[in-house]
Design a protein. Structure first.
Length: 210
């Protein structure tokens, strides 16, 4: 299998597929796979915008996402991150001054609730179910597919806040407790799903309000 991979793909392509699939944490019931999603989950930023010290923090997670979870074990995560930075300097990828400057920075991990909102779990669940209808599981985990969705993040954010505000208002009425709702927004011309809510635990506005 290794020889077949080497024959069909360059080392950079193999590494890219690995970086897009590796397990780097757990977001409730959802696994966090790939450096791109992990960047959003831990730091609330795209991978290309991360500073050196945060990139090193993601690399540090590879050895053990649970053992070096920066939210649960910040001291352990910081020590491992600094080890990565030291090794990068030793190998010549960065200078010793860059390593020292990065090691002086805190982890700066965002709050877990904020990270939960970024990934739009309800919409991603819909995408995953659709993909499983059209692809074999092994294709999704080994082919390095790039998935383009119809999600409109602006519409999604407005929808979540609007629904959360409405629920909070309704629950002030007598005998109206623990209400739930689901909303799907589609594009009129194509029928594509632009946004959805799948339960109040995934609503940005509701979490902020509480």
């Amino acid at each position: 299998m290794a020889l077949i991979l080497e024959y069909h793909y360059t080392k950079n392509e193999i590494l890219e597929a690995y970086l897009n699939e590796i397990y780097l944490g757990q977001n409730g019931a959802n696994s966090v796979h790939g450096f791109g999603l992990a960047s959003e989950f831990y730091f609330g930023s795209t991978l290309k915008d991360l500073p050196l010290e945060q990139v090193a923090s993601l690399v540090a997670l590879v050895r053990g996402p649970s053992e070096y979870d920066p939210r649960r074990y910040p001291d352990r995560a910081l020590q491992r991150r600094n080890l990565v930075l030291n090794q990068m300097a030793t190998e010549g990828y960065i200078t010793t001054d860059q390593a020292a400057e990065a090691m002086a920075k805190p982890l700066n991990v965002i709050h877990a609730c904020s990270a939960h909102l970024i990934v739009y779990p309800g919409f991603l669940d819909l995408v995953k179910r659709q993909l499983r209808q059209d692809y074999h599981e092994e294709d999704l985990t080994s082919q390095g597919l790039r998935i383009f969705t119809t999600l409109d993040t602006q519409v999604q954010d407005i929808l979540e806040k609007t629904v959360a505000t409405k629920l909070n208002r309704l629950e002030k009425l007598p005998r109206a407790n623990n209400l739930e709702t689901a909303v799907i927004v589609t594009r009129r011309d194509s029928g594509e799903v632009a946004a959805l809510t799948s339960g109040r635990e995934n609503l940005a506005g509701d979490l902020i309000a509480h």
